[in-house]
Design a protein around this ligand. Structure first.
Ligand SMILES: [Zn+2]
Length: 106
């Protein structure tokens, strides 16, 4: 996952203003090998985003969404409720069906 993390940091853009994130504002919330969750704060518009990257049978899925949660809030949330790869895909598909605008980073 180390290489992917490095690559992602070059690819990830702010969903709000489309500027590239600065690496030092990227926090890894969770990294369990087949899934990684980043919390990012845009240095340009201060929008905080969560980015889920998950490896699954259908390939690598990435999903970014703006959030009001701080990195600490997210850690608490993730500590309580483990999220599986399938869960991320389910959420992604659900949001897509509902017409929510999603940003794909890969
Ligand atoms: Zn931004």
């Amino acid at each position: 996952m180390k290489n992917m993390e490095k690559n992602l940091k070059h690819l990830i853009k702010c969903p709000a203003c489309q500027k590239k994130y600065q690496h030092r504002r990227t926090i890894i919330i969770e990294d369990s090998g087949d899934r990684t969750v980043f919390h990012l704060t845009c240095q340009n518009c201060q929008t905080a985003s969560l980015v889920f990257v998950s490896r699954s049978k259908i390939g690598v899925v990435s999903l970014g969404m703006a959030t009001d949660l701080s990195a600490d809030d997210v850690r608490i949330f993730f500590g309580k409720e483990p999220i599986s790869s399938n869960h991320v895909i389910d959420v992604y598909e659900k949001l897509k069906k509902e017409g929510v605008k999603l940003s794909n980073f890969i």
